[in-house]
Each structure stands twice: as structure tokens, then as C-alpha cells.
Design a protein around this ligand. Structure first.
Ligand SMILES: Nc1ncnc2c1ncn2[C@@H]1O[C@H](COP(=O)(O)OP(=O)(O)OP(=O)(O)O)[C@@H](O)[C@H]1O
Ligand SMILES: [Mg+2]
Length: 469
């Protein structure tokens, strides 16, 4: 007997549903199929299970947000199933489906943590209204979480500082992404806070107690990346005296953050794609495949679309990683965040030095006018350097790095030679980098640290210069 009538093929989608995973648990196939069809037409990602055991497995391996649970399952059904669902996923919203005339069990289910109930047989409209309420409830929950995060930090979102409209927009996307299990591609120039955002997505989400594992695809030696990511068995290669778990296994249940994913060699891109698609990995030297359950976040400061069109990055992997994407705006596009960021870093520096530091008006003016090609990291380093140079409590214009104070001077000059200035700066940057490496006897890591840029940025620049350094 089917209990759903009148499935309309053109039901309008519910806004926000596309971020949500709905699990439908019913032993009757016709009901599962009908509910799935409706939920999908509303925009949900759906999973179905025909038994309580099957549902538990899915709850453990997928980021389920809401569950439609038939209380009359054969075997371990009823309230026991509800309790098991809640213990596996306390944050999930559970709607129980009860038989006609069994309101008593529905009341008990609500007491045990179900969000709502629906009685069989139910109509398309009833189901649609119910799912509408579920989406709104989940949205509200996320917004409340965001509000709580904001109260914790009046200056931004968790540990991310900034209240510009561009950043507020970003926080809304982070909050939504945190509650989805899809891959997210984080884009932004060097030093804009890509790793900070990745951490924020993980630590604002329901699996914040599970591991967050960052992998720098740019700095690992290509031959090592495979064994790092997938692990290896004893004797897989010379030196493999013991078997080792790969990072994709270590991150089980949590998040793996593939930083600088654009640097991944093409053959590994194929292996990674396979692991994501099949949710399985094969350790180096092993014939066995191991199931994995990890959320993938990736970041890059490269133009991946261009890499795809030039054949340097696999299109299919790009689409897999780019299910959701967010772009962190460069600091020069949100200058109003500069004072807040400066005061945040100065507070931290003052605390660690045990001495109060403030910025003079002209120093702040110069900082507001400067373009910050190295973004927030450059600003942080600039203040660190200024604090190290100053003995008094006030940081003056002259204490800032020459680039910051000088550019301010050239800003007031209106010679209109924009084109030549940009070329000159690029050249200046190249000379600065090569000089630093030469002065440090080739120590690139130290050069990157002292220049206030990421080591991958430094390697990329050297590649661009065609330098053998
Ligand atoms: N909005 C922000 N609020 C506070 N700190 C920030 C913010 N953005 C960046 N930072 C700080 O700036 C530094 C650089 O950030 P992060 O490493 O996340 O940048 P990135 O985009 O990954 O850079 P790269 O591309 O060079 O790896 C870190 O110390 C980080 O804590
Ligand atoms: Mg980074």
C-alpha cells in the first residue's frame, strides 16, 4: 500500500535545502522511493535505508542533517531506533513516522527528542510542509550558532577578525558549509586566511571533535605525497620497516584540508579523485582497499580554472572539489577591517611582550592606504617587526616596513605612472626575495619567514622566476 498521493513533479525547491542531507528510513520500498522523490524535488540530498541497522551505518558514515524515521521497522524499531539515531547524531533533526491511531508513541517520541511526527498515510502537502519546517529549523539553529560565535568574538567569527560586509558574507557561507558534508574549495590570495577559514568550517560543524588534518600539497615531495595521503604497508618500499596509516585514514570521521591543492602532481590527482569518488583508499604496496569517511576541504591561491584549461589540473577533480566554493577577498578590498586586525595583533603582541603598544595616527593612515599584497599575514608581520623595533608604547610611521610607509608617500604623488609602478614593484619583489635567499645562504624556509610570506608562495615565485636557487 502506498501512503503518498499526488506527487507533483514540479514542486518548487526550498531555499537552503541543497545544503542538507536527509535520511529516509522505511522498510516499505514504495514509501522510501516516494519520499525520496519529493525530498529531491525540494532540493535535499537524500539517503535511504530499509532497516535500522542500515540507517545506523549511514549515520556513522554520512553527514546526515535530518532523518525521516518510520517507528514501525521490523526488528529493532520504535523508540529504541530513535534513541540509537540520537546517540549517533545528536544534532540531527528526527521526524518520526507513526501508524494511524498510535499518537501515544508519537508523544513519547517527541519526549525522547524527536522534532516532530507525521502519521501514515500522509499526503504530499503534509510531507512538503514538514520538510519546509525542518529546513527552517535547521537554518535557525545555524543562525543561532553563528550569533553565539559572534557574541564570543565581537570582532568577527570565532578566531577570524573582520566586520566588513565582504567578511560578514563569508561568515554566512562558512556557517552553511560547516553543516554540510560536501567538499569546499577555498580560494584567496596568499595570506588572506585560507587555513583559518578551513579550520573554522571544521570547528563550527558537528564533527568538531573529530580530527582536522592539514596537508600542504605544495611542500611535500611528490613521491612522498602518495604514501602520506594513502599510507603504506610494511616493506612497500625501501625504508618502510613498519606499516603506516595515511592521513586520509587518520582524519577518519573528520576533515582533511588539502592546502595548495593546485600543486598536486597530475598522477596523484587521479588517485585522489578515485579515493573521493569511491570513498576507499589503497595503501602503497597493498592489494586491499580500505573504506574512508572524511570531509574534504581544499585551498589554492592559483587560478585553478586556468590550470584546468591548460591541462595541469584534472577537470573531473576540479568539479569534485568545487561543489561549494568560497573566495576570501584580499585585504585591499576590505580596508575597513585593517584597524580591527591591527588592534587584534597589537593586543596579542602587547600581551606577549608585557608592554602596551598603540599605533600613531600617521602610522594607521599609512596602513589604511597600503595595498597589502601579502594580505593579513603581511599586516601581522609588519606589526611584529614594528614592535620589535620600537622601545616606547607608540608605533610611529618610521617603525613600519619601508614598503608600507614609502608607498604612502608615493600615493600622494600624482604622476599617473601606474603601469610602470606595478612592473617596478614586481621587479622589486623578485630582487628582495633573491637577495634574502642569497644572504641566508640559500635557506629558503628562513627567507620565507623573514619576508613574511608562506613557503609555498616563495617556491611558486621562484618557479615563476625560473630560478635554480
Ligand atoms: N581574518 C583574519 N583574522 C585574524 N587573523 C587572520 C585573518 N586572516 C589571516 N589571519 C592570520 O594571517 C596568517 C595567514 O593566514 P593563513 O595561513 O590562514 O593564510 P593563507 O591564505 O592560508 O595563506 P597562504 O596562501 O600563504 O598559505 C595567519 O597567522 C592567520 O592567523
Ligand atoms: Mg595557507
Amino acid at each position: 500500500m502506498t501512503t503518498l498521493e499526488g506527487i507533483a513533479p514540479t514542486t518548487p525547491r526550498i531555499e537552503g535545502a541543497n545544503f542538507l542531507n536527509l535520511l529516509i528510513v522505511d522498510d516499505e520500498r514504495s514509501i522510501r522511493d516516494a519520499c525520496r522523490e519529493i525530498a529531491q524535488s525540494l532540493g535535499f540530498n537524500t539517503f535511504t535505508a530499509d532497516s535500522a541497522e542500515h540507517a545506523y551505518r549511514l549515520l556513522e558514515s554520512q553527514g546526515i542533517d535530518a532523518v525521516l524515521l518510520d517507528l514501525r521497522l521490523p526488528g529493532a524499531g520504535g523508540l529504541e531506533a530513535l534513541n540509537q539515531v540520537k546517540s549517533r547524531r545528536p544534532d540531527a533533526i528526527v521526524v518520526v513516522v507513526t501508524g494511524y491511531g498510535t499518537v501515544q508513541s508519537a508523544v513519547q517520541a517527541i519526549k525522547n527528542g524527536a522534532y516532530d511526527y507525521v502519521t501514515k498515510p500522509f499526503s504530499l502537502d503534509e510531507l512538503k510542509m514538514l520538510l519546509d519546517r525542518v529546513v527552517n529549523h535547521l537554518k535557525l539553529k545555524t543562525e543561532n550558532r553563528m550569533l553565539r560565535e559572534k557574541v564570543k568574538s565581537k570582532q568577527g567569527f570565532g578566531s577570524i577578525i573582520g566586520r566588513s560586509p565582504e567578511m560578514e558574507k563569508l561568515y554566512r557561507i562558512i556557517a552553511k558549509a560547516a553543516y554540510s558534508s560536501h567538499p569546499v574549495l577555498i580560494l584567496g590570495e596568499s595570506g588572506t586566511g585560507k587555513e583559518l577559514v578551513a579550520r573554522s568550517i571544521h570547528f563550527s560543524g558537528p564533527f568538531r571533535d573529530k580530527p582536522f588534518i592539514p596537508v600542504d600539497c605544495g611542500s611535500l615531495v611528490p613521491t612522498l605525497i602518495e604514501s602520506e595521503l594513502f599510507g603504506y604497508v610494511k616493506g612497500a618500499f625501501t625504508g618502510a620497516a613498519q606499516a603506516k596509516d595515511g592521513l586520509l585514514s587518520i582524519a577518519e570521521g573528520g576533515t582533511i584540508f588539502l592546502d595548495e591543492v593546485g600543486e598536486l602532481p597530475v598522477d596523484l590527482q587521479a588517485k585522489l579523485l578515485r579515493a573521493i569518488q569511491e570513498k576507499e583508499i589503497r595503501p602503497v604496496g597493498s592489494t586491499k582497499r580500505i573504506p574512508i569517511n572524511v570531509r574534504i576541504l581544499a585551498a589554492t591561491n592559483r587560478d585553478l580554472e586556468q590550470d584546468v584549461s591548460q591541462g595541469n589540473f584534472r577537470r573531473d577533480l576540479y568539479f569534485r572539489l568545487n561543489v561549494l566554493s568560497l573566495r576570501i577577498p584580499p585585504l585591499r578590498e576590505r580596508r575597513q577591517d585593517i584597524p580591527m586586525l591591527a588592534s587584534h595583533f597589537l593586543d596579542r603582541l602587547s600581551r606577549s611582550a608585557g608592554q602596551e603598544r598603540t599605533l600613531s595616527d600617521d602610522a594607521m593612515k599609512a596602513m589604511l592606504a597600503y595595498d597589502w599584497p601579502g594580505n593579513v599575514r603581511e599586516l601581522e608581520n609588519c606589526l611584529e617587526r614594528a614592535c620589535a623595533l620600537t622601545t616606547g608604547p607608540m608605533i610611529h610611521l618610521g617603525d613600519l616596513s619601508p614598503a608600507v610607509s614609502n608607498l604612502n608617500a608615493s600615493h600622494t604623488r600624482t604622476d599617473g605612472s601606474m603601469g610602470s609602478k606595478i612592473i617596478a614593484m614586481a621587479e622589486l619583489e623578485k630582487q628582495t626575495i633573491l637577495n634574502a635567499i642569497a644572504q641566508l645562504n640559500g635557506d629558503k624556509l628562513m627567507a620565507a619567514r623573514l619576508l613574511g610570506i608562506g613557503k609555498t608562495t616563495l617556491y611558486r615565485k621562484l618557479k615563476e622566476y625560473g630560478s635554480q636557487e
